[in-house]
Design a protein around this ligand. Structure first.
Ligand SMILES: [Zn+2]
Ligand SMILES: [Zn+2]
Length: 139
């Protein structure tokens, strides 16, 4: 015995289609037509409808706000060995760090610009102050 599909909001209405987002059955009154799919009128589903109808190239996500988990540069060295020494000193103070070689990670560097041979020592944003006391900014 097959159950007729009825609208989740209107139990007397025959369902027209599935909401592409929540996969529920809805009637024509509850559904909004997107580019390819139908979406119901729940806030989440309307948001999905907006995402579906807008051009995919327009996906401009704003940068998330900086958190205490983000990496912050606390020292810049000319040589990797110095950075490793700095990292070692931080480790002695119980501070997690990482070494970023600018020559391999050019952040937004113009293509014709030669990258500097600097090596950055980074720590978690939460550790910035204590790390600065240990290694400081030695340019
Ligand atoms: Zn839905
Ligand atoms: Zn309905």
């Amino acid at each position: 015995m097959t159950q007729p599909n009825v609208c989740q909001n209107h139990f007397n209405e025959k369902a027209l289609s599935l909401c592409h987002h929540c996969q529920g059955y809805f009637c024509s009154k509850c559904l909004n037509e997107g580019r390819e799919f139908y979406f119901c009128s729940k806030p989440d589903c309307l948001k999905a409808l907006q995402d579906e109808t807008k051009a995919p190239s327009e996906e401009n996500k704003p940068n998330p706000p900086m958190t205490m988990e983000d990496w912050v540069t606390v020292a810049i060295y000319y040589e990797r060995a110095s950075a490793e020494a700095g990292s070692e000193r931080l480790r002695e103070h119980g501070i997690e760090s990482r070494i970023v070689d600018e020559r391999t990670i050019p952040p937004g560097l113009p293509p014709d610009e030669e990258p500097e041979g600097n090596v950055e020592l980074q720590v978690r944003a939460a550790d910035t102050h204590s790390a600065m006391k240990v290694v400081g900014f030695n340019l």
